[in-house]
Ligand binder design. Structure first.
Ligand code: NAP
Length: 209
């Protein structure tokens, strides 16, 4: 596997996109697994400012999601967090993010990592053809995810475009942000589903109540 670095710069960079409301161990395992499997020199977590397809009105404030993500990744030297989408005005279109990352890292191969359920909808994303020219995708699948559904929804893409979309099975993605929010609301435990520092932050700020 190509884990080379040139002139101190990592060759392959992972961009971990998500709403992260909240970030949990499934996300962290997915990023670490992607780093290992695809030889990524580092993974940059990018919490979405205003997620493009979300209609849920009660998404936590971007500042909370950024802080939780920072706490979650702090102990991994290969992980960092970017506030690029949170600082940008308007909806967080991935094409804008990836174009900005391309400018910041001109000589690197970019891999956008996100949930396979999100990648299922990729043909509805803004400028998907441009996106696939700039970066590859790593679609992290939950247990029970049917790969045929992905193949079906991507059937309009050319062979070359399809080759830019990789899948990665992540059993730990049985954990979900939706379930964690529900558990907190119902007063049920979330211990071991997410990092302790994130759990503390949720209770301290009375999120999901
Ligand atoms: P979502 O609909 O909240 O999530 C879809 C599924 O993917 C959920 O099961 C979710 O689980 C999982 N997931 C989300 N991010 C993940 C990650 N990084 N690793 C593993 N699983 C993940 O998706 P979203 O958060 O709104 O969007 C995901 C990414 O796609 C974001 O970066 C977003 O900006 C981008 N996106 C771009 C466009 C566009 O450019 N037009 C449109 C849609 C999405 P959890 O709930 O447990 O996270």
């Amino acid at each position: 596997m190509d884990k080379a670095t040139s002139k101190g710069r990592t060759k392959r960079i992972g961009l971990m996109g998500g709403t992260f409301d909240p970030i949990h161990h499934g996300h962290l395992v997915a990023a670490e697994e992607a780093r290992f499997e695809f030889g990524l020199g580092k993974v940059i977590f990018i919490p979405a400012g205003i997620p493009p397809h979300k209609t849920r009105k009660d998404i936590s404030l971007p500042a909370h999601r950024l802080e939780m993500t920072g706490r979650a990744v702090a102990s991994n030297p290969f992980f960092t967090v970017s506030d690029l989408e949170i600082k940008r005005e308007g909806r967080s279109y991935t094409i804008d993010t990836v174009q900005e990352m391309r400018r910041l890292f001109p000589g690197n191969d970019l891999f956008f990592i996100t949930g396979a359920d999100a990648v299922l909808e990729i043909l509805t994303w803004r400028n998907v053809i441009g996106l696939l020219e700039i970066c590859s995708f790593i679609a992290a699948t939950r247990p029970g995810f049917k790969l045929e559904s992905l193949n079906k929804s991507l059937s309009h893409l050319s062979h070359q475009q399809l080759s830019k979309i990789k899948t990665l099975e992540v059993p730990a993605l049985a954990i979900s942000s939706t379930d964690i929010r529900k558990r907190v609301q119902e007063g049920r435990p979330v211990k071991y589903l997410l990092p302790e520092k994130v759990e503390e932050y949720i209770y301290l700020n009375r999120l999901y109540k």
